[in-house]
Design a protein around this ligand. Structure first.
Ligand code: ATP
Ligand code: MG
Ligand code: MG
Length: 574
């Protein structure tokens, strides 16, 4: 039942396996990698790439590396390395195999990357350009207009090499020189802008979170990425569509270095898939950072954030996110996935396994007038309706209860089967208090403002659920309740979507104008007493309301705080 759905990437892997494309001694025939830059927190878009790369490796008995693409010292920090490791693990994936830890850092390759750059210079495939940044930009030309060769393009290899070494030795300031690749003699006229003598090394006097001050030149992404893939024996290097135009350089670089003796064929191959766009969220790291910095959310792990840490705190399970990624599949064309698909995956994951609980979110007092004062009778309910092995939970029924405000109507509308009072010749309605007794509504109290503050009823002593007498009462309404004497009063955070606009940042719109003013409502709810033992990260279905989790940060022993993960039904569907 869990067989992965085929997609164009699996078709490629199947083909390569059949053709023996990547048969190498001692290595699995499928090695993928997930290559985050440690410059922010992972978000739901990254989950797609994680599930894809680790999922392919799992399904083909291969291996997936976690590699930090950490070549831009200005933006990267250890904090991000740590959270990314945590998030990928939490999603359920591992990069350890047969006792080996396949966790890599591009910065560990700085020596090799440098050595290959010297080779490219010596072999005439790279040169030091000393143009100003403005001239370089101008001479690059535009799409459709050929560029102009740099006056330094034909500088002797020995001269480029000497300057490059001095760049490394720290003799120049940022931007004074740059190392560029020379893919071909007429590359500056290439229709593909990425082939017009791309920069491969630049001077950056900046402290790196791992290599400290050892380097003041840093390799560019387009240079580092293919080489890192090749050094790690990656077979299928999967990236998002915007890198399609970078593939010719990827292929040229690895072929050139393979000819130079640095790598053996077959070298890794790059394949592109569509990035995931999810409605009602923003996934740009820059915009997520803005939400945090401007305190629109409480932090990266705010349950409203589409970050992995936020989704986790909100109550999403790793399984639901994996299921979601499996359902949306991979394609070669950009598109939008509706938020309801993610919420649906959560419901489908939790419905068969989440323990049930009674919770009254909008309380109204119910008094059973003929119930003896001070008496408490135990009621029992299954922890899960389809998992008898989970046993039963119990909670007391007493004279004073809490019910939902919406379960009483002073004047019932047509087809309303819950509580309403007697009127004229019509008796008050009869309903079953779920797992308790059948009651008949006898009246209600109002305060000075005309607001209903209590409902009155009588109970039938022989109607208790699970007893023989229960069957003789046929009622149409069935409502949940908790004992007002025994209930746990708990903080419950009713989360909704962060934005009201399905495409909050489309077309350059100001996404902050689309913030949902009702994204969070904090209430005190009354829960069945056993809920006081809920520990952080424990998830429940509050019957008739939705899925809730004990907040992993703010819950304390005996005093859980609950987050609504999602409602039982899609309330956003039109
Ligand atoms: P951002 O644009 O938010 O800064 P990024 O792509 O620059 O994201 P990286 O850390 O470089 O962030 O991403 C690591 C991997 O995750 C890359 O291979 C990237 O293609 C992939 N990825 C990022 N966002 C998405 C997305 N929305 N859908 C699918 N894959 C994604
Ligand atoms: Mg990136
Ligand atoms: Mg980016």
């Amino acid at each position: 039942a869990n067989a992965p759905t085929s997609n164009f990437l699996r078709a490629i892997v199947d083909h390569d396996l059949a053709a023996g494309t990547h048969v190498r001694p001692g290595l699995p025939p499928v090695i993928t990698r997930f290559p985050p830059e440690p410059n922010g927190y992972l978000h739901i878009g990254h989950a797609k790439s994680i599930c894809l790369n680790f999922g392919l490796a799992r399904d083909y008995q291969g291996l997936c590396h976690l590699r930090f693409d950490d070549t831009n010292p200005a933006r990267e920090e250890q904090e991000y390395v740590d959270t990314i490791i945590d998030s990928v693990k939490w999603l359920g994936f591992s990069w350890e195999q047969e006792g080996r830890n396949h966790l890599y850092f591009a910065s560990d390759y700085f020596d090799q990357l440098y050595e290959m750059a010297e080779y490219l210079i010596s072999a005439g495939f790279a040169y030091v350009d000393s143009q100003s940044a403005e001239d370089m930009a101008k001479n690059r030309g535009n799409f459709g207009t050929p560029g102009t060769n740099s006056p330094f393009r034909n500088r002797p290899a020995g001269e480029s090499l000497a300057i490059f070494r001095d760049m490394k030795a720290g003799k120049y300031k940022d931007g004074e020189h740059i190392l560029r690749a020379k893919v071909s003699e007429d590359a500056m006229a290439a229709p593909n802008m990425n082939l017009r003598d791309p920069a491969i090394y630049r001077i950056r006097h900046a402290h790196h979170h791992r290599t400290g001050d050892a380097w003041c030149i840093y390799p560019m992404y387009d240079y580092t990425h293919p080489i890192s893939d090749a050094l790690e024996n990656i077979t299928h290097s999967l990236c998002t569509l915007e890198f399609q135009d970078h593939r010719p350089f990827y292929d040229w670089l690895l072929a050139t270095l393979a000819e130079g003796g640095f790598f053996r064929q077959p070298v890794p191959r790059q394949y592109e898939f569509a990035r995931m766009n999810l409605t009602y969220v923003v996934t740009s790291k820059r915009k997520l950072r803005q939400l945090v910095d401007e305190k629109i959310v409480s932090g990266w792990d705010d349950p409203l954030m589409p970050t992995i840490v936020g989704l986790r705190r909100r109550g999403y399970t790793p399984e639901s996110i994996q299921l979601f990624c499996e359902r949306i599949g991979v394609s070669k064309a950009d598109g939008w996935i509706d938020m309801s698909t993610l919420e649906g995956s959560l419901r489908d994951d939790l419905d068969p396994k989440a323990p049930r609980a009674s919770a009254v979110l909008r309380p109204l007092k119910l008094v059973i007038d003929n119930f003896p004062d001070g008496q408490s009778v135990d009621c029992s309910a299954p922890v899960h309706p389809h998992l008898p092995e989970l046993g039963n939970r119990s909670f007391p029924i007493t004279k004073n209860l809490w019910i939902e405000q919406e379960d009483f109507m002073e004047v019932p509308s047509k087809g309303y089967f819950r509580l309403f009072p007697p009127s004229g010749d019509t008796p008050g309605s009869r309903v079953r208090l779920r797992f308790g007794y059948v009651i008949e509504c006898t009246g209600f109290d109002k305060d000075a403002d005309g607001k209903v503050i209590a409902v009155h009823a009588n109970y039938f002593e022989d109607s208790k659920s699970g007893t023989e007498g229960a069957n003789t009462y046929k009622v149409k309404g069935n409502i949940h309740w908790v004992s007002a004497d025994a209930a746990l009063a708990a903080e419950v955070r009713l989360y909704d979507r962060l934005f009201t606009d399905p495409n909050p940042d489309a077309g350059g719109k100001d996404f902050k104008l689309a913030l949902n003013p009702n994204a969070l409502e904090v209430i005190t709810a009354y829960l069945e007493p056993g809920m006081k033992d809920a520990a952080g990260d424990q998830r429940f279905q509050f019957e008739r309301h939705g899925y809730f989790v004990a907040d992993r940060v703010d819950s304390t022993p005996g005093k859980p705080v609950f987050n609504r993960i999602t409602t039982l039904k899609d309330s956003w569907a039109k």
